[in-house]
Structure formats: structure tokens, C-alpha cells
Design a binder for this molecule. Structure first.
Ligand code: ADP
Length: 488
């Protein structure tokens, strides 16, 4: 009876001659009787083997192993057995190769899938970043391909009133009434001239609601890999406000230089006259004082403005009572009101309103509002200052309100949104810098308050300043009533 077994052996090819032979020839080898085989190498665990047949397993021309059949009976195998064993070994080799190929393929597919997932995540992140940038930009953005608009951002919809589904043509929806369709076409073509370059243009645009604005366009071409223009990104910025301010600044510079030159000439004339007419010294003094005061005010406003611009304004806050500050302003402005034949009255509450503020700056705020009221109210009118406490039911915050009301010329609705901007002035007749309200608003906001205005042209204006009341500590509360405070 023959005996076969599975052996788990590692046989060194180099020192096992029949294996080496099979590696070199690729042929099967039959050993009918190991005792008659001079090169037989006996290893521990293989002593029982008497007869053997071996076939190399070749994958891609390389021997990767052997198929061995062992028997304890001599001459159990003969040369005729070699062929079927080799063909079995070949089938095993094919199966192993297929399995290897399949493994490699699966590995590749997994790698590919992972890489696609990673890339998809990267792309998604990039897309989200781009979307956030486009959504949070304050400028409008148009992306077109060959002048056909593919995308507009949120800011452009807010700026123009048009959604992407309402967009026709490239810039056609925004064409101003002052421009013909042909002119717009020419402008668009000039924007698209020159490969790969950036073009800038200023243009007047029309919103969906018919209103118009000055726009600044920056058009950047999008090129394909051959360098052909396939589209463009156009950034649209509303520059109307900048233009208004530019104009006002230019006006202001002209005004300020004129304003400074006139008093300087006046000063020189007066100095000359003072020498010529020493007996009229009093008159000259008065004029010198007025002129220098006007120059001082102008220079102070300019300095304040530039300090606000640079953020270097300093306010010295402390606990103060509001009423005496307002009373001071009224005392100083009363003669001016009388000179203009105006009635200036002031209503102050009996209970002191304590604020945590820079008293000089608060005086500046009230002075600006009262002088404006006096300046913009014709003779015979009234200027009324009302100071009162207020309490916000929702937040529980307590504040002081200073309302300056006049029966003057008022301010048209179209100007109201701009009067707090620096250099903005409605009319050109009354002297002023256009800086007063801007400085006033900034001071009020630095104190955590706010300023609002109601106005009816021809009837008058009311400016209201709200300032938070100082939080009252037990110490100040008691000392305010003259009591003594003992710490427990
Ligand atoms: P200005 O130095 O010109 O008074 P302001 O900044 O104080 O500058 O005010 C800006 C503009 O607001 C003024 O030019 C004026 O047209 C308008 N204005 C301000 N206060 C009043 C008011 N009480 N009544 C009417 N118009 C006012």
C-alpha cells in the first residue's frame, strides 16, 4: 500500500539538485526509487519517501514552486506519470496567475476609488471655498463663456436686482438709458480685445428698478490650455458713493482754501488798519476775533476728521452730569440765536442724568447740533433743546436723549442718508465744512450712543442723540444723596 502525505517543508533550491534541475529546465522530474538516485537529499521528515514525482509551477516564465507527489513505495511513479502531473502543475500556475492578476486589479480599483474619493473631497472643499468667497464678496461677479452668462454672484443680484434666470445677453440688462445698444456692444468687444489680459472700465449701469449707478468693471479673460479665450470673469463695483465723495472732497479743498485765504486777507487788512486808525481799535479787535475763531473752527474740524480717519481720536471719559453741559452750550449760543432773531429754549429734567463721557466732546456734539439748527433756520424761527431720560423696555437699558429741534429749512429725503458723511453739504450758500455731523456721529458712537434725524423740508428738523446712562454704583448713588455708605 502506498502512503501519501502533505508536507510543509521549505527546501533550499540551491542545495537540492533535482529542484535546481527543474528550475533550470522547467521540466518535471520522476525519481522512481530514491535509493537508486545519487543526488537525493534526505531532509528531516522525508525519510519515509521512496518514490517521487515533481513538476515545477511556472508563472510568467519563473518557477514559483513545485508540485510534488511522494510515496513510501519504491517505483510508485514512472516517467509516464510526468506529463499529467506537469499539466496539473501548469493549471495550478494559471490559477495562481489569475488570482494574482485579480488581486492586483482589485488593489488598483481600490486605489483608484480612494484617489477619486480624495480628489472629490478636495474639489468639493475648493468649490465650497470659492462659493464662500463669491458669496461674501461685496463686489458683483459675472462669469460668461463667449459672452453667454453662466454665473452671477449674490452681490450682483443685490446690486442690480437681477437674478441669473432673468439675465439676457452679456451686459444688456444693465445698459444705461444714456447708452445705445450698439455702443454697449462696442464697449463689450473692447473689453474682450487682447488675449489673456485684464481690462478696466468705468460705466454707468441701470438697475432693474430703473435707478442708475456708476460701475467700475474689471474683466479678466479665462483661457483654455491652447491659450484661446473661452470666457471671462467680470467684477462689478458700485463706485457712485466714491464719486460723490471725490466730488465733495474736491469741493471741500476748494472751499477750505478759499475759507482760509479770505480770513488771512482780512487779518492783513485789519492789521494795516489798526496801524492807520488806532482810535477804532475796538472794532478791529472784534473782527480779528471773529476771523480767527472761524479759522480755528475750520482747522479743528479738519484735525478731528483726520484723527477719526486714522482712529487716533482720544476721548477722556468720566462720570458727569449731562444738564450743566447742555446749559453751557445754550449760554454760549444764546447771543448768536438772538443776533439771528431766533428763539432758543431749553428744557432740562430736574433729576440729574449721569453719563460716562468726555464732557468736552459732549459739548462739541450739542454745539454742532445747535449751531446747525441756528444756521439752517430763518429769522423768527425757534430752536428747542429737550433733554430727557429714556428706558428701553426690551433691553432694560437706560439712556439720556438730547433732541435739538428747529423750525428751519429742513432736509430733503434724498439727502438724509448722506448728511452724516464727511464733506456732504446740501446747499452751497451757508458757510460750513460738511464735517460737523460726521464728527458728531463719530463722537456719539464712540460713547456707545446713536444719532438719528427726522426732517420735513420747509418745516424743520429734529436731531436726536441717545447716550447710555452711566451704571450707578451703590457708592455713587449714596454719595449723590448725601448719605454715608458702610461696607458690611
Ligand atoms: P455743515 O458744516 O455744512 O453744516 P454738517 O456736517 O454739520 O456740515 O451738516 C451737513 C449738511 O446737513 C449741511 O450742509 C446741511 O445741508 C444739512 N443740515 C445739517 N443740519 C441741518 C439742519 N438743522 N437743518 C437743515 N439742514 C441741516
Amino acid at each position: 500500500m502506498s502512503h501519501c502525505a502533505r508536507l510543509a517543508l521549505r527546501l533550499p533550491v540551491a542545495t537540492t539538485p533535482n529542484m535546481r534541475w527543474m528550475v533550470e529546465t522547467g521540466q518535471p522530474r520522476v525519481v522512481p526509487d530514491v535509493s537508486a538516485y545519487p543526488d537525493w537529499v534526505e531532509l528531516p521528515g522525508t525519510e519515509w519517501i521512496r518514490s517521487q514525482i515533481s513538476a515545477p509551477i511556472r508563472v510568467n516564465g519563473e518557477v514559483i514552486g513545485f508540485l510534488n507527489l511522494d510515496s513510501n513505495v519504491p517505483n510508485r511513479f514512472c516517467d509516464a506519470d510526468a506529463e499529467p502531473i506537469q499539466s496539473f502543475a501548469n493549471q495550478a500556475a494559471a490559477a495562481i496567475r489569475n488570482a494574482d492578476l485579480y488581486d492586483a486589479l482589485r488593489q488598483q480599483a481600490e486605489d483608484l476609488e480612494r484617489r477619486v474619493e480624495e480628489r472629490t473631497a478636495e474639489l468639493e472643499q475648493e468649490r465650497a471655498q470659492l462659493q464662500t468667497i463669491l458669496d461674501t464678496m461685496s463686489e458683483g461677479v459675472i462669469y460668461d463663456e463667449k459672452l453667454s452668462v453662466r454665473y452671477i454672484n449674490r452681490a450682483l443680484t443685490e446690486l442690480t436686482g437681477y437674478r441669473i434666470d432673468e439675465w439676457k445677453g452679456f451686459l444688456e440688462p444693465l445698459r444705461s438709458q444714456s447708452m445705445s445698444s450698439d455702443e454697449l456692444q462696442q464697449m463689450v468687444h473692447s473689453l474682450y480685445e487682447g488675449v489673456g489680459s485684464v481690462h478696466k472700465r468705468e460705466l454707468r449701469f441701470r438697475r432693474k428698478d430703473g435707478t442708475e449707478f456708476d460701475a467700475h468693471l474689471t474683466c479678466t479673460h479665462v483661457l483654455n490650455s491652447d491659450g484661446d479665450v473661452v470666457g471671462a470673469v467680470t467684477v462689478v463695483r458700485d463706485v457712485s458713493q466714491e464719486k460723490v465723495l471725490e466730488r465733495q472732497k474736491a469741493q471741500f479743498v476748494a472751499y477750505a482754501s478759499h475759507e482760509l485765504r479770505t480770513p488771512i486777507t482780512n487779518l492783513k487788512t485789519r492789521l494795516y488798519l489798526m496801524r492807520q486808525q488806532p482810535e477804532r481799535m475796538e472794532d478791529h479787535w472784534q473782527i480779528l476775533e471773529d476771523v480767527t475763531e472761524r479759522m480755528r473752527r475750520l482747522v479743528e474740524d479738519l484735525l478731528d476728521m483726520s484723527r477719526f480717519d486714522r482712529g487716533t481720536i482720544s476721548i477722556q471719559r468720566r462720570n458727569v452730569i449731562l444738564q450743566p453741559l447742555v446749559r453751557d452750550v445754550v449760554r454760549v449760543q444764546q447771543p448768536e440765536a438772538e443776533r439771528k432773531n431766533l428763539t432758543l429754549v431749553c428744557h432740562l429734567p430736574a433729576d440729574p442724568l449721569r453719563i460716562f463721557a468726555d464732557p468736552e466732546r459732549i459739548v462739541q456734539v450739542v454745539t454742532n447740533l445747535v449751531t446747525n439748527a441756528i444756521n439752517y433756520t430763518p429769522a423768527g424761527g425757534n430752536v428747542t433743546i429737550d433733554v430727557m431720560p429714556a428706558w428701553d423696555a426690551e433691553s432694560g437699558d437706560q439712556s439720556a436723549i438730547i433732541a435739538v429741534e428747529d423750525t428751519g429749512i429742513g432736509i430733503d429725503d434724498m439727502h438724509l442718508p448722506y448728511i452724516f458723511q464727511p464733506f456732504y453739504r446740501v446747499g452751497g450758500t451757508i458757510e460750513g465744512t460738511g464735517l460737523g455731523l460726521s464728527i458728531t456721529q463719530q463722537i456719539v458712537e464712540l460713547h456707545g450712543g446713536e444719532i438719528t434725524v427726522d426732517s420735513v423740508p420747509g418745516q424743520g428738523s429734529t436731531f436726536r442723540v441717545r447716550l447710555p446712562l452711566a451704571s450707578v454704583s451703590p457708592m455713587t448713588a449714596l454719595s449723590g444723596t448725601g448719605g454715608t455708605f458702610h461696607r458690611p
